[in-house]
Design a protein around this ligand. Structure first.
Ligand code: GTP
Ligand code: MG
Length: 370
């Protein structure tokens, strides 16, 4: 995969939309910086624009665009990321404006950045296919008519200028490629469904670990199942789903536990849709274990994001346990208050890292899983 050969220099651009406060945008920008680091890049400049509505042609407004162009030249920026979901045409216009500062400049939106990270971290065929599909759909209009085409090698993310090309031909290729990948993915999805059905028919109950990215889901999964899946202080370390067994003393049974891709703010529905195959394990589980990084000052906001995505994924409400993780790291931890605030979700307090609270958790799973 030719994702990056040398560290890229990034500039971030944020927009404070109507009704949102500056503080929230600042936190979002911090998260964007973590995403850039996860990708292996470094941030050399950032700017925030207050705008009630995104500008039609340039999203950030032409004055701001000019200002960014100057910084691109001065700081030798390779990639500008807009912290939002931005239309292809607007990204293209911005690229044209920044071209004079750096002819190789790339302008990405938040989704582009996430997709590039996904591509770096994908290890299974299913994950790769889902990402390629999501990318094709996201870049759709940019894939033809604007001098861009997807790199053919392994369907990777990458763009090669081709000048003037037959737009109709490209559109057809684009549609064929989507159809082909969908067919491949469908095969893998039915295999996954077959496995889930098989486990159900044997009588296995299942619990799915879900939550915001970097909450500690995989570390928690490893602790429960004695596995050694990759745990890392980056966003989206996990992109697949894996399953393991857990013995529940109270019921004297083994249950299936699954770990999967984490959630993040401002995911377009098409991206969630692309990962439906991977997320099947979670959707089909009898119990959801929502892992929350309680040492994160933004945890309440992240719980809201996770709840929103879960509502979309599983409209019929499942049994849920909130697992407040990283209690060893939390500076303030008012258990009584949290128990009250999240009483509907039977909060439990654990440290996946050091094992604290795991016995109580096994008790609770035994009680709630049916
Ligand atoms: N201090 C502390 N750190 C933890 C704990 N659990 C996880 N971590 C750390 O949190 C980081 C993320 O852990 P992961 O298990 O990879 O998190 P995840 O939710 O699977 O993340 P993604 O797969 O990237 O979405 C790692 O650096 C872990 O070492 C905990 O209980 N205490
Ligand atoms: Mg993980």
């Amino acid at each position: 995969m030719q994702e990056f050969t040398q560290q890229k220099r990034f500039m971030l651009v944020g927009l404070v939309p109507k009704g949102e406060n500056y503080e929230t945008t600042l936190h979002d920008m911090e998260e964007l910086e973590s995403l850039v680091k996860t990708y292996g890049g470094e941030v050399f400049a950032a700017t925030i624009q207050k705008a009630d509505y995104p500008h039609r042609a340039t999203f950030i407004g032409s004055g701001k665009a000019q200002e960014v162009a100057d910084v691109v030249a001065k700081e030798k920026i390779d990639i500008v990321v807009i912290n939002d979901i931005v239309k292809s045409g607007q990204l293209y216009t911005l690229e044209k404006i920044f071209f004079r500062s750096n002819p190789k400049i790339k302008v990405w939106d938040r989704v582009d950045l996430i997709l590039h990270i996904f591509l770096l971290h994908a290890h299974t065929k299913e994950a790769n296919l889902q990402i390629e599909l999501a990318h094709l759909r996201h870049i759709g209009p940019r894939a033809y008519g604007m001098g861009y085409i997807l790199s053919r090698q392994g369907g990777g993310i990458g763009t090669v200028g081709i000048g003037e090309t037959n737009t109709e031909l490209m559109k057809r290729r684009f549609r064929d490629e989507i159809r082909q990948k969908l067919a491949q993915l469908e095969k893998l999805t039915s295999e996954r469904i077959r496995q889930i059905e098989k486990r159900k028919s044997i009588g296995f109950l299942s619990a799915a670990i879900v939550g915001y990215t970097n909450a500690g889901k995989t570390m928690f999964f490893n602790r429960l199942t004695n596995k050694t899946n990759l745990v890392a202080d980056v966003l989206f370390a996990t992109l697949d789903s894996s399953v393991g067994k857990l013995y529940i003393p109270k019921k004297k049974i083994d249950i299936i536990v699954s770990d999967t891709i984490g959630f993040i703010k401002n995911l377009p529905p098409s991206l969630i849709d692309a990962f439906k195959s991977t997320l099947l394990e979670s959707v089909n589980a009898d119990l959801l274990l929502v892992v929350v990084d309680i040492s994160d000052p933004e945890f309440a906001d992240k719980i809201r994001v996770v709840e929103e995505i879960l509502r979309e994924l599983c409209p019929e409400r499942k049994r849920v346990l909130y697992i407040f993780n990283k209690i060893d790291k939390a500076k303030v931890l008012d258990r009584t208050d949290l128990m009250k605030r999240y009483a509907d979700f039977n909060p439990l307090f654990v440290s996946a890292k050091f094992g604290e609270g795991i016995d109580n958790l096994l008790e609770a799973i035994g009680e709630f899983i049916t």
